[in-house]
Design a binder for this molecule. Structure first.
Ligand code: F6P
Length: 545
């Protein structure tokens, strides 16, 4: 290495963490709790109304001290400030990373390349609010004069997962007179099943795409236009039934969508960070501009906390460091996200793009291959459903899977004792994972000797519990911003660029080469490897033959 910056793994603090982990590997959470009766208090934090317990983790105050020292050495606070200031920290694309500006109050200002970007953010929000109000109040009519009864968002990745997740999460706050649907997959089934019972005269399509060139979205958008015009006939109907959200005005216009019906955003908003830009239009129509504003305030509260709180009281930074601890020093490959709230059923899927597209990187910002693990695989399902499928592996399998439990004190749909039962399960799972059941305890319960190994729980399995008062738009904003900043923290620790996604490109390019080979009327000459050639031939035989 010619660089003067020491490799991460050569830093004394990294080495200290390696040695510390080796000692902690033999320590039981039971012992840590026994040694400190106030451990829960010492290892929990309330930030902007989210209470977070991280005491059931395999760490001590010394661990956090080492992690925080390393974060300081890697200039985490300065890098946070640089992001908020609008420095071009997305170095491979030469872009600033300013999703935090999307939720900044109207009174703020932030200068980027000679322009204050806050007024345009609020101009778009105002236009969105006006449009959302017109659709919700039945003022915006379809081509034949009928009220809009269904809003269909067409987008993929960040232009789909954010809107779907937020809509599902906040369904209780949504206008139930309007049906909200989402089409993302290029599989014609997604289009068919989503539109089959809709009436084009009462349907509004939002074509959401940062680039407005994404194959899946543009294919679905073209099908939507054809589907609409097949009934409405007149191409002028597009104006009433299609709006676009994009940074690419030229392509939107080419598609035939009126500039008046375009909602823009900017290249400093990454796709997976765009939920609170105009990409949230479907969400805003669903929950209304006021609730959307509440959500933005939640984001902003967490932003300010992340920017200003010292690292040892900084929730996203602490959770990011704990995740870094498990990935880099315990070789944990995955993180399970387990929301105990049915409305958050799409939250794990949303987090998958946020975390894995951001930190699924193998070289540092300087282009040097890393010699440590980076972003873990995120996955999960709402509790209690997951308990009856994969929790077995979490409790007794051979893998160490840190878990994030998310729950709320106050239910949105109180029904008998459902909520107490739900949350009892949530807390019980964290307890069982951490403390398990020893062979002695199993024996004392009268379990026959031959079953003791099967009915013993090793425990010592780590989890975070996030407990919030209630799932509201504001809380959702805080939760999403918490994970956004957790991802940022980890990216800084690993020295990677969390804001590009070159890894998605190769497959797209290869698909463009294969498309004409699948469609060609005559057997094409194929130049792929033997496996790909064979698959293409079999497909052609099966499809055309
Ligand atoms: O292919 C990955 C990706 O670029 C994501 O980063 C993005 O969210 C998604 O595709 C959709 O992109 P667009 O909004 O430009 O259609």
């Amino acid at each position: 290495m010619t660089s003067e910056i020491p490799l991460l793994t050569e830093r004394p603090l990294w080495q200290a963490l390696v040695e510390h982990q080796a000692k902690l590997a033999h320590v039981q959470l039971r012992d840590l709790f026994a040694a400190d009766p106030r451990r829960a208090e010492h290892f929990s934090l309330e930030a902007v109304g989210l209470f977070c317990d991280y005491s059931k983790h395999r760490l001590t105050a010394h661990t956090l001290g080492l992690l925080i020292s390393l974060a300081e050495e890697l200039a985490l606070p300065q890098q946070i400030a640089a992001m908020f200031r609008g420095e071009k920290i997305n170095t491979t694309e030469g872009r600033a990373v300013l999703h935090t500006a999307l939720r900044a109050p109207r009174t703020d200002s932030l200068w980027l390349d000679g322009e204050d970007i806050i007024p345009p953010v609020h101009q778009v929000l105002d236009r969105m609010a006006n449009f959302a109000r017109r659709v919700r109040e039945g003022e915006w009519l379809g081509y034949t004069g009928r009220r809009i009864k269904a809003v269909v968002n067409i987008g993929i990745g960040g232009s789909d997962l954010g809107p779907v997740m937020a809509y599902e999460a906040l369904k209780a706050y949504s206008d139930r007179q309007i049906e909200f649907r989402f089409i993302s997959n290029i599989d014609g089934t997604d289009f068919y099943e989503t539109t089959r019972d809709l009436d084009p005269a009462e349907t509004l399509f939002i074509i959401s795409s940062k680039t407005f060139t994404t194959l899946e979205t543009m294919t679905n958008a073209a099908s939507a236009r054809a589907w609409c015009l097949a009934q409405l006939g007149d191409p002028a109907a597009v104006r009433q039934h299609f709006v676009a959200v994009s940074t690419n005005r030229a392509e939107v216009t080419k598609f035939g969508i009126d500039t008046e019906n375009q909602f823009g955003f900017w290249d400093w908003v990454g796709g997976r960070y765009s939920l609170d830009s105009a990409i949230g239009l479907a969400t805003m129509i669903a929950i209304g501009p006021d609730h959307f504003q509440d959500m933005l305030q939640g984001f902003h509260a967490m932003d300010r906390h992340f920017l200003h709180a010292p690292l040892n009281r900084n929730l996203p930074a602490l959770l990011g460091l704990i995740g870094f601890w498990y990935s880099s020093f315990w070789n944990c490959q995955t993180v399970a996200v387990l929301p105990y709230d049915q409305y958050l059923k799409r939250f794990p899927a949303y987090l998958q793009q946020l975390t894995m597209e951001s930190n699924g990187k193998r070289v540092t910002k300087a282009g040097v291959p890393v010699n440590y693990e980076t972003g873990p695989i995120f996955w999960g399902e709402p509790g209690t459903n997951g308990q009856h499928s994969f929790y077995q592996l979490l409790h007794q399998g051979t893998k160490l899977v840190p878990c994030d439990f998310i729950g709320f004190c106050d239910p949105i749909n109180p029904r008998g004792d459902h909520h107490d039962l739900l949350m009892a399960n949530c807390f019980a799972q964290t307890e069982a994972l951490a403390f398990g059941k020893t062979p002695e305890e199993a024996q004392a319960e009268g379990i026959p000797a031959h079953l003791i190994p099967h009915r013993t729980f090793p425990g010592n399995r780590p989890s975070t519990t996030i407990l919030a008062p209630k799932l509201t738009p504001e809380t959702l904003g805080k939760l999403v911003a918490l994970y956004e900043h957790l991802v940022f923290t980890q990216g800084v620790m690993w020295g990677i660029n969390s804001f590009d996604q070159w890894g998605v490109e190769l497959g797209k390019v290869l698909a463009m080469r294969i498309i004409p080979e699948l469609k060609a009327p005559q057997e094409p000459t194929l130049h792929h490897d033997s496996s790909t050639n064979n698959l293409i031939r079999r497909y052609r035989q099966g499809r055309l033959g």
